[in-house]
Design a binder for this molecule. Sequence first.
Ligand code: NDP
Length: 283
Amino acid sequence: MTYAVIGPGAVGTVIAYEISKVAEVTLFGRQEQQIILSSNTIDHKVNVSSLVLNDQTFDVIFVAVKVTKLAAIISSLKQMCHEETTIILCQNGMGQLDMLTDFNAVQAVVYISGQKTDQHVKHFQDKTLIVPNDETMQRISSELSVTELQLIPSDDFAQKLWFKLLVNLGINTVTSLTKNTVHILELPEMNKFIEQLIQEGIEIARAEGQSFDERTTREIMNIYKTYPKDMGTSMYYDTVAGVPLEYHYIQGELKRLAGLHNIHTPLLDICCILLEGYQYKRE
Ligand code: NDP
């Protein structure tokens, strides 16, 4: 199979580097460049090709641009596809797959943690993508199985996507709104606030048919405790950089679903007003 990865950032560079161990892969960005990928104190050089100059098609395309940049690459994406091309959308959030209805596309739940600064990607931990379980995903997973990238087809994909959304809801919201890293979890009131916010998210998830309960809140709070204190979230780094947030597909999508199900979400509503205010005139 031939592979392409669009988005030479924290997630896309790791995916492209791992695939290159077993197959032909091209990493595409805005322009030709070289990225330094640091992982476990070892640096790797990863070449990036220009997306707009591409004239090839590919069997499998991983899309790892931020949701805010997805619309901008759709015309390039069309030119990269043949009839059998599979697209794996590697993004946080929910609802953005609707932008790819003309494609044979699935979303992946992303557990790859890293940060891009200029031409440098620092990989922190995990190299896992959870995808819906079908024959195509099993074939790709099998081809990549000798790499460190774990592509895991899951029968329980919707639940996994929702769980990640709830994880993002708590920590991304507070780190972006306070412009502060995970050490804010040392504040008892902040913990209480996050727990209540996740609880609102769980109510929405339950209305959407997912079986979460208060144990899920504890599980998520325990996950946060494993994070390094000086770690931010992608939404935190975006607020620090002053760029648009993926808010519409995380908190915004939850607010939309709460409205559909008539669920009272006072904390989520306030967070959405503040995030909307941040986003205003930045999109
Ligand atoms: P980054 O910002 O690190 O990388 C995105 C890359 O896309 C950048 O290199 C950017 O290039 C490139 N890009 C933007 N527009 C275009 C375009 N028009 N053509 C080609 N390339 C383009 O994002 P992440 O890798 O952090 O995030 C990707 C997704 O993964 C997001 O949805 C995020 O929420 C999710 N995620 C991220 C995690 C993390 O730890 N980073 C963890 C889990 C999920 P340029 O630099 O030139 O703008």
